[in-house]
Design a protein around this ligand. Sequence first.
Ligand code: SAM
Length: 374
Amino acid sequence: MQTKFDNDYFPVQLKRYPTTKNNSLQAWNAADSYLLETLHANFTLSENSNILIFNDAFGALTLSLNQFKPTSLNDSYLSHNAIKTNAQSNNFDPLPNLIYQLDNSFNTFDFILIKCPKIMDYLDEFLVDIQHQIHKNTVILIAGMVKKMPKTLWNLLESRFGSTQTSLTKKKAKVIQLKLENTNNKSLYPIDFIQESTSLKIFSYANVFSKKSLDIGTRFLLQNLPELASVQSIIDLGCGNGIIGLNLALKYPDATVKFVDESFSAVKSARLTCQHNLKDSSQHQFILNDCLTGFDKNSVDLIICNPPFHQSHDLSIDTAVKMFNQSYATLVKGGHLLVIANRHLPYYSPLKKLFKNVKKISSNPKFNLFLLKK
Ligand code: SAM
């Protein structure tokens, strides 16, 4: 559903991407409006203001502030696509400056506008990353919906920077202004853990799935890997920190593994995990992408997938089903898809529709492991 984000300053048309079955969800919320209202009511922006926006999923903030040419930082490839598509449908030219990570080419920022992320560690990582790109008058505002702002948020902000000033609640949203009193923080990321029963060290940045320990689904999958003949090309689809692809690279040393994820932090983590554990990781590829969109058809022997079950905070198998469909197209005839399936989620029927040959090779009370042959 495309709706007008009718803020008082620069209304824009916005749509959520990827589109979901629940088409009634809008691409902005009261926290976006409240943040813009607080910004315009209390501060003066000029053409020279250097603005950084963090974690704007669909472009509500980035596009409403387009006249000030902000830089918008987001970990998600899907969000980058959403913001670009929304910018195009509002006829913005040039498109906004979208980045995945900060580097030294940026000057200091005058305004940092944060849409509160779901994962507090990710916010923490960002706060440490920006400390060398602020000056003493940089304004930092964080907006969120109250029910998605945990109590630990205030402790985190105060421990990293200094005191906070929190607005009244308006339409269930709050805006926090951060005072810059302490900017001498060390990054905790990447963190690592040793994969049980091995000496493999698995690295993760803050916004990565199961970053502190082995996920129970991943463990079950790795304990039950089937023996397959003549595997030369593999995709770890939704690779996270790369743990599954790394184990496959070791099992099939002559094969090429493509590690694919829509999270920049995940792809960066998978690359680091491989560089650390493999003598030479140059035969493997680390690819930021939406599922397997654009991959060559009939080209890969084995795809392995621990599918995501959330889309924009909501429980959903839409992405998993897209992964299954695109896997079918990407596999060579006789190639295999291996899926670790949470038993509470209805994966069997979409898999059966695509692959005539569905084998449940292992199961436990929580998971089924399906091996599908094209
Ligand atoms: N393979 C890792 C493991 O087992 O620890 C991570 C599995 S996690 C359940 C699912 C992964 O899918 C996440 O890393 C998530 O970022 C990724 N993902 C979600 N949507 C995606 C998409 N549209 N395209 C590619 N990857 C996606």
